[in-house]
Design a protein around this ligand. Structure first.
Ligand SMILES: [Zn+2]
Length: 310
């Protein structure tokens, strides 16, 4: 059998195997058990280079995880997360990310790959490219499109649905929102902020085409003072959201804002929904160098929902 060569291809390939297995055994398909898949699949398909270790290691703070050759001369590999991470969503995503490195990059990196959120932000370097590929793989493996569409089609996309997706796939709320932004035809944006400042944002394709985004990586951008995000409170009202008149958030339109504040991570995740009939300003596809598209790893690595779920 010809094996896949792209991140999406690998994720779909493994997804089909997982689905067939669970259909045959009548067991639930989600959340995806990355550790089991990594060990079983590599043992069967790459017996000369099996993954034999999956787990947490005490890495220095700056590393999220690593793909590691096991120093035994047997060709074995380990996929590792930083044991300082306690969020199940982040651990799951990191393991999937490292499995992506194993499938896509181990031949070119025989000494392994260490993944820090800082290194992984740079799309323009070769290292940045492999980081974004590993993220794409992880996103498609943990949240396959067929099921994600079933869960979201015809549904109002609100924080209750985000919570459901985060639980179903065992991913961070940020990862679930980004997945939706990648496929939705709505005009919407995620805003991740800390200490009253916007850390990074990501707009859906249609919103980006109307020219609405923040260049938060290039300049310091304060949260709008009237926004829910600026309040930094974790309550049901903030999650349910409010409609703002134009002028609060970017763009000359009214905007619906929903916000989750995680005191543990001192991080606010905000979802902005713009009216559907906005103007399309650009017609080309966005390029990786465009503003607002960097730091993909960090955006996948956000906190899960508060309320002591992790
Ligand atoms: Zn990586």
């Amino acid at each position: 059998m010809k094996l896949p060569t792209t991140p999406e291809g690998w994720a779909i390939h493994l997804s089909k195997l997982v689905r067939a297995f669970h259909d045959a055994h009548g067991s639930p398909r989600f959340p995806i058990k990355v550790a089991d898949i990594a060990i079983e699949y590599s043992r069967n398909v790459f017996p000369d280079a099996p993954i034999t270790k999956v787990g947490g290691i005490d890495l220095t703070r700056k590393f999220e995880g690593m793909l590691m050759p096991i120093d035994s001369g047997t060709g074995e590999w380990g996929i590792i997360y930083n044991s300082a991470i306690t969020s199940k969503g982040r651990i799951n995503f990191t393991l999937a990310h490292e499995l992506g490195h194993y499938l896509l990059h181990r031949h070119r990196s025989p000494d392994g790959i260490r993944c820090s959120s800082r290194d992984m932000g740079d799309w323009r370097s070769e290292h940045g490219q492999i980081e974004s590929q590993a993220n794409t793989f992880a996103s498609f493996l943990l949240m396959p499109l067929d099921d994600f569409r079933q869960q979201t089609d015809g549904q109002k996309f609100d924080m209750d649905l985000v919570r459901h997706l985060s639980d179903r796939y065992e991913v961070s709320v940020t990862a679930a929102i980004l997945k939706w932004l990648g496929i939705t035809s709505q005009r919407a944006m995620i805003v991740v902020s800390r200490d009253g400042f916007i850390d990074w944002t990501w707009s859906s394709e249609r919103l980006f085409k109307s020219g609405i985004y923040y260049a938060a990586r290039q300049q310091t951008v304060e949260l709008p003072s009237q926004s829910l995000a600026a309040l930094r409170v974790d309550d049901a009202a903030a999650r349910a959201g409010i409609m703002h008149k134009k002028g609060v958030w970017k763009g000359e339109e009214d905007v619906f804002e929903m916000t989750i504040y995680s005191p543990k991570n001192e991080m606010t995740v905000t979802l902005l929904i713009y009216p559907n009939d906005g103007p399309d300003r650009f017609h080309g596809r966005r390029e990786p160098d465009d503003v607002g598209i960097d730091d993909t790893y960090e955006r996948f690595m956000g906190a899960r929902l508060p309320e002591g779920r992790d």
